[in-house]
Ligand binder design. Structure first.
Ligand code: MD3
Ligand code: FE
Length: 216
């Protein structure tokens, strides 16, 4: 009998194309979540989250840190990648092999072979924090994809078009979801809606997003 309550349900698709060159991999990071979160805690002990200032003088609601050879920073002078954490004067913590490997495998699933990220921006959202529509264009090479890994509370990701006025599609990104964006999607406008309050069993009242880039 079709539609019977006890009939096996279709599993959600693990690999979901969401645009040209953009693939959502549901739960792709779940197999190694505890190792990834332990590595993340070690990075944050050396380079704690901070709220950076935009060139226009606004304090970002998202708190940030980085690991890798370079990290994304913003201050009154502009947006850029820098090898040094301006808060400590030290180099950013190294990117763990576990992080780089996950990003590389995710990019491969989306058709981008041999992705070698040199930067991992770590974004922390607490309830109410958001990221307005923008494009990532501070990187040297737009042929490389960007890989994002979400942990903690769910967020609504907005995936727009090549023009700021294109109406964005909205996707819920959950703990363990990974997205790879490249090709025709690499320069689209995107953002994150204000985080809804909640409590995540592992991470509490926050969402953490890792964004892997090839900056140089
Ligand atoms: C689509 N972060 O840090 S990650 C960012 O969830 C940023 O914290 C969001 O946008 C976050 O710049 C989204 C997903 C993402 C990153 C880069 C993209 C999606 C993208 C570049 C092009 C298209
Ligand atoms: Fe972005």
């Amino acid at each position: 009998m079709k539609g019977d309550l006890f009939e096996a349900q279709e599993p959600p698709p693990a690999r979901q194309p969401i645009g040209e060159g953009a693939v959502l991999l549901r739960g792709f990071a779940l197999g190694e979540e505890s190792e990834l979160i332990a590595a993340l805690r070690a990075i944050l002990a050396a380079a704690p989250f901070r709220h950076m200032i935009t060139p226009g003088g606004h304090t970002m609601s998202v708190a940030m840190s980085n690991c890798g050879a370079v990290g994304w920073v913003t201050d009154r002078k502009g947006y850029r990648y820098d090898a040094v954490d301006p808060a400590s004067g030290n180099r950013w913590p190294a990117m763990p092999a576990l992080f780089a490997g996950l990003a590389r495998r995710a990019a491969g699933e989306a058709g981008f072979a041999d992705f070698q990220p040199d930067a991992c921006l770590i974004n922390r959202y607490v309830p109410g924090a958001k990221m307005s529509l923008h494009r990532d264009k501070d990187e040297a090479d737009f042929t490389a994809p960007i890989v994002s890994v979400s942990f903690g509370l769910p967020a609504v990701f907005m995936f727009g078009g090549m023009s700021r006025s294109d109406k964005p599609q909205r996707f819920a990104l959950q703990h363990g979801d990974v997205v790879a964006w490249g090709g025709a999607s690499r320069l689209v406008f995107h953002g994150v809606a204000a985080l809804k309050d909640g409590e995540h069993p592992l991470l509490g009242r926050q969402r953490i997003n890792l964004t892997f880039r090839k900056a140089r």
